[in-house]
Design a protein around this ligand. Structure first.
Ligand code: ATP
Ligand SMILES: Nc1ccn([C@@H]2O[C@H](COP(=O)(O)O)[C@@H](O)[C@H]2O)c(=O)n1
Length: 232
């Protein structure tokens, strides 16, 4: 396996906290440029779903590692055809359920899980015949693709992120949605710092931007970064 995914496809790396718009904005950016799109959180969620299906305790690292052994994962990199599978099961919708969101940080804090999924993400990009892939998550700019030519931290104020997520989940209590989002961020921050931009990472703060303005801001960063990398 290659250490650098940059040998095969240009990577646009996007990190940020929950509800910052990483997946919706990255998907739209990929569509606009004809790139692939890889939602890395989907793999952590799918592994949490897989662990729950096996009745595993997701706060127990050993139990999580046991189920990692037969984790048969597949995901679409096509921004217009979204699917996630574990074995023969389409888990695209199931991995968004609150029970999975509540369990996922336990799975994501296990170092061997992070190593295995990082290798999986690099392999997925390497196996694609796409010119470029927008890869979004928490540690893409720092661990998965630290040498990507375009690296972005997408942020928004905590209350704005909670309000956007709550607008999406209208059947759930707004305060409970906000609480779950902040609890997940707090747990995830013990493992990866996705609130501070690493050196060379450009921040896009969407607090006062609408969706289209955010997409345009991210595209502007990408165009500038790719132009600079071609000049070298
Ligand atoms: N700039 C914006 N203005 C308004 N709404 C936005 C903006 N960016 C994203 N959204 C909306 O905010 C919600 C959360 O976005 P999204 O699911 O892409 O976030 P995320 O960072 O991938 O979250 P998570 O990490 O929890 O999966 C979506 O409903 C999305 O359409
Ligand atoms: N690079 C990543 C991506 C995600 N995680 C963990 O997965 C959870 C779900 O991610 P979403 O982007 O779908 O919200 C997230 O809460 C993290 O626990 C990660 O660790 N690294």
């Amino acid at each position: 396996m290659t250490d650098s995914i940059l040998e095969t496809a240009v990577v646009v790396a996007v990190d940020g906290p929950a509800g910052s718009g990483k997946s919706s904005v990255s998907r739209q950016v990929a569509r606009r440029r004809g790139y692939g799109f890889l939602d890395t959180g989907a793999a952590y969620r799918a592994l949490a779903w897989h662990a729950l299906e096996h009745g595993a305790d997701t706060s127990d690292s050993t139990a999580v590692l046991d189920v990692l052994g037969d984790f048969d994962y597949a995901i679409s990199l096509d921004p217009d055809d979204r699917w996630v599978r574990v074995g023969d099961v389409d888990v695209t919708a199931a991995i968004r359920e609150p029970r999975v969101a509540d369990a996922v940080s336990g799975v994501a804090r296990v170092p061997a899980v992070r190593q295995a999924l990082t290798a999986l993400f690099r392999a997925l990009v390497a196996a694609s015949d796409l010119p470029a892939v927008v890869v979004e998550g928490r540690d893409i700019t720092t661990v998965v693709a630290p040498d990507a030519p375009a690296r972005i931290l997408l942020t928004a104020a905590p209350e704005v992120r909670a309000a956007r997520r709550s607008a999406e989940l209208t059947s759930q209590d707004a305060a409970a949605v906000a609480e779950a989002l902040h609890r997940r961020d707090a747990a995830d921050l013990k493992v990866v710092d996705f609130l501070a931009a690493a050196p060379g990472v450009e921040v896009v703060d969407s607090t006062d931007l609408d969706f289209d303005q955010t997409v345009d801001a991210v595209l502007a960063v990408i165009d500038r970064a790719l132009e600079a990398s071609h000049a070298h």
